[in-house]
Design a binder for this molecule. Structure first.
Ligand SMILES: [Zn+2]
Length: 344
C-alpha cells in the first residue's frame, strides 16, 4: 500500500530528527554543567551561551539536512512527480527560533528568569541552575524539530506536484494531535503544533481530505487505530479516564477531545514578536539591558535588530506559490539555478 510505505519513510525521517535533537541535548549538558550558581549571568555569557548556541545551530542544520531527499522520496512513493529545480539549503534553518527570535535571545530567557528567581524571590541558586538546564534542553529539542519540519515544508513548496501533506503522528502523540492524524492540508497551510510536538507531514497530491486515508488501519494516520493500539492505561492518561471510557464505548474521538475545551490550543507560532527587549524591559534597569544585549550580539556576531524572515513568516506573507518560491530563494532557504529564482 502506497500510503503505508510513504508513512514508513516519514517515520524514518522523524527518527533522524529525534537523533539530531538527542545529539544537541548531549552536547548541551556539557556546557550547562559549566553554569556557575554563584555567578549565573557571568558564566552564562562567558562559556555557556556560546557553547549552547553553536550546538543548537549545528543541530538545526543537521535536522534540516535530508529534507529535500525526504520530500523527493516520499513524493515518488506517493506516485507524484518528484522533480524540482530547487534544493533546501540546510544552513539557512539554523540561527533563529521558529518564532523568529535570535537563538541567543531565546536561550538566554531561562537564565534571566533564574537570576530574577534568585535575586528577587530568594530561590536557591542550585535550584535556579536546574531550571535553566531543563528549559534549555526542552527548547533545544523543540527548535531542532522545528528546523527539520520547516525545511521539509520549504522542500514541499519547491516541488510543484506536491499539493498537500497528510499529518502523520508519532508514538505518544497527545489527544489534540491524535484527532488530526491522517488529515490532509494544503501544501501552504501552517503546520499546527505545540512545543515538543512530533507530528510530521507526508507529502501528498491533490484530492482534499480523503476519509479513506483515515480508515487505513495504520495508527499514524487514524485516530481510532491510534487509540486502539494504546494500552488502557495510556488511553486513560492521554484522553482522560472519562473520555477514554466514552471512546471505548464507541463515542466519536474528535467530539470527545473537542468537548474537553483544552486551555492550550494548537496554534501557529508568532514570528518576530518577542525579542530580548520585551523579556527584560520593565523588570530591569537600562544598564542591565545593555549588558544583556551586548552579550547576545557578541554571540550572534550581528546587531539584534537585523533579523531575517523565518520560513513561516514567508509562507504567511506570500500571495502565491511563485512569490513564495522567490522569497524563499531570496532569503536563502531554497537554492536552485539562480536564473530560475530570478525569473520567478
Ligand atoms: Zn500533540
Amino acid at each position: 500500500m502506497t500510503l503505508t510505505e510513504a508513512l514508513d519513510r516519514t517515520t524514518a525521517r522523524q527518527r533522524e530528527i529525534e537523533e539530531a535533537a538527542r545529539i544537541v541535548q548531549a552536547e548541551m549538558l556539557y556546557w550547562l554543567a559549566r553554569l556557575d550558581p554563584d555567578d549565573i549571568m557571568g558564566s552564562w555569557f562567558g562559556d555557556v551561551l556560546p557553547g549552547l548556541y553553536t550546538s543548537l545551530m549545528r543541530g538545526q542544520t543537521r535536522a534540516a539536512t535530508g529534507a529535500s531527499a525526504y520530500v523527493a522520496e516520499a513524493a515518488a512513493i506517493m506516485g507524484l512527480d518528484a522533480s524540482t529545480a530547487y534544493q533546501v539549503a540546510p544552513e539557512a534553518f539554523a540561527g533563529a527560533a521558529a518564532d523568529g527570535r535570535p537563538l541567543s535571545s531565546m536561550l538566554t530567557t531561562p537564565a534571566l528568569r533564574a537570576r530574577l528567581a534568585v535575586e528577587q524571590r530568594g530561590q536557591s541558586p542550585a535550584w535556579a541552575v536546574g531550571q535553566v538546564r531543563n528549559s534549555v534542553l526542552l527548547m533545544a529539542a523543540s527548535e531542532t524539530a522545528d528546523a527539520g519540519r520547516g525545511a521539509a515544508q520549504v522542500a514541499m513548496a519547491g516541488t510543484r506536484s506536491v499539493t498537500g501533506y497528510i499529518r502523520c503522528i508519532n508514538a505518544g502523540a497527545c489527544r489534540r494531535c491524535a484527532v488530526l492524524a491522517g488529515r490532509w492540508y494544503r501544501w501552504s497551510a501552517d503546520f499546527h503544533r505545540h512545543k515538543r510536538c512530533q507530528c510530521y507531514g507526508t507529502p501528498a497530491g491533490p484530492g482534499g481530505d480523503h476519509p479513506r486515508n483515515r480508515r487505513i488501519p495504520d495508527w499514524r494516520v487514524s485516530p481510532r487505530a491510534y487509540f486502539n493500539h494504546l494500552s488502557t492505561r495510556d488511553q486513560d492518561r492521554l484522553f482522560g479516564p472519562g473520555g477514554a471510557e466514552a471512546i471505548r464505548a464507541g463515542a466519536d474521538i474528535p467530539s470527545v477531545v473537542n468537548a474537553r475545551r483544552n486551555k492550550t490550543q494548537l496554534k501557529r507560532l508568532d514570528f518576530g514578536g518577542t525579542t530580548v527587549v520585551s523579556t527584560t524591559e520593565g523588570v530591569t534597569r537600562h544598564g542591565w539591558f545593555s549588558y544583556v544585549r551586548r552579550g547576545l550580539e557578541r554571540v550572534e556576531g550581528r546587531p539584534l535588530s537585523r533579523l531575517r524572515l523565518t520560513p513561516e513568516a514567508i509562507f504567511r506573507l506570500s500571495a502565491d506559490r511563485e512569490e513564495l518560491i522567490r522569497l524563499l530563494g531570496r532569503h536563502g532557504y531554497l537554492t536552485g539555478s539562480a536564473a530560475d529564482i530570478a525569473r520567478l
